[in-house]
Design a protein around this ligand. Structure first.
Ligand SMILES: [Zn+2]
Length: 217
């Protein structure tokens, strides 16, 4: 994968980037290392209009139907000066528990688009498994398109275009490879289909938290 600070290639199990000294530990020192719930759309900057959100939801539904083990999440917010959009994307993929109403997904198959509307910066972070499908050229083109929309203040369009493009890239690969839906989800994970395993005959009344995806950082 790429270092979120200097874009140098780093080994997934490597903790510190040898090129710039970035480390996940450093990121944890100001963002913490707790699990957070990662929603499909987090608009902390309040810059999406209702119709934008609705259109994006439809595109995301289509994306998730086409690639049942993958997810695409979007975060919009003004970031503090001490970290950038790529670093937040990296942290979200490592600490975010992404869950939809139907299937819990592994972050290896995740993509996170982080947009800082006030700084007009954006980044796309790919989970380890996703990296195999996107060439640097794919990402550059996506970022160019996102940038052209952001300059016009068209946040919804920036998100829509990137999600649609991501689907096109994945579809191209799916033609040549057998995509195995839910291969990453353990078969005995009955909570994925809305059932709670009976352990000790007692069930809690509240809905269980999604299982934390195991991730290397
Ligand atoms: Zn680095």
């Amino acid at each position: 994968m790429k270092c979120p600070r200097c874009q140098a290639s780093v080994q997934s199990e490597q903790i510190t980037c040898s090129a710039c000294g970035f480390s996940a530990t450093l990121l944890h020192s100001y963002l913490g290392n707790q699990w957070v719930r990662l929603e499909r759309i987090t608009d902390a900057a309040h810059c999406l209009r209702l119709e934008d959100t609705r259109r994006i939801e439809i595109i995301l539904d289509d994306f998730e139907r086409s690639f049942p083990q993958a997810f695409f999440a979007i975060y919009l917010g003004a970031l503090p000066n001490n970290f950038n959009v790529a670093e937040l994307g990296f942290w979200l993929l490592n600490q975010g528990a992404f869950n939809t109403h139907s299937v819990s997904r592994r972050n290896d198959f995740g993509m996170v688009l982080v947009v800082d509307p006030s700084a007009q910066t954006a980044s796309i972070t790919l989970g380890y498994a996703m990296e195999n499908f996107f060439s640097p050229k794919n990402i550059t083109r996506m970022m160019q398109t996102i940038g052209s929309h952001l300059r016009k203040g068209a946040f919804g369009m920036a998100i829509e275009s990137s999600c649609i493009r991501a689907g096109e890239v994945l579809r191209k690969h799916a033609r040549y490879m057998q995509w195995q839906p839910d291969a990453a989800v353990p078969a005995d994970s009955v909570s994925d289909i809305g059932l709670q395993p009976l352990r000790g005959g007692h069930r809690s009344a509240s809905r269980p938290m999604p299982e934390n995806p195991t991730l290397r950082s």
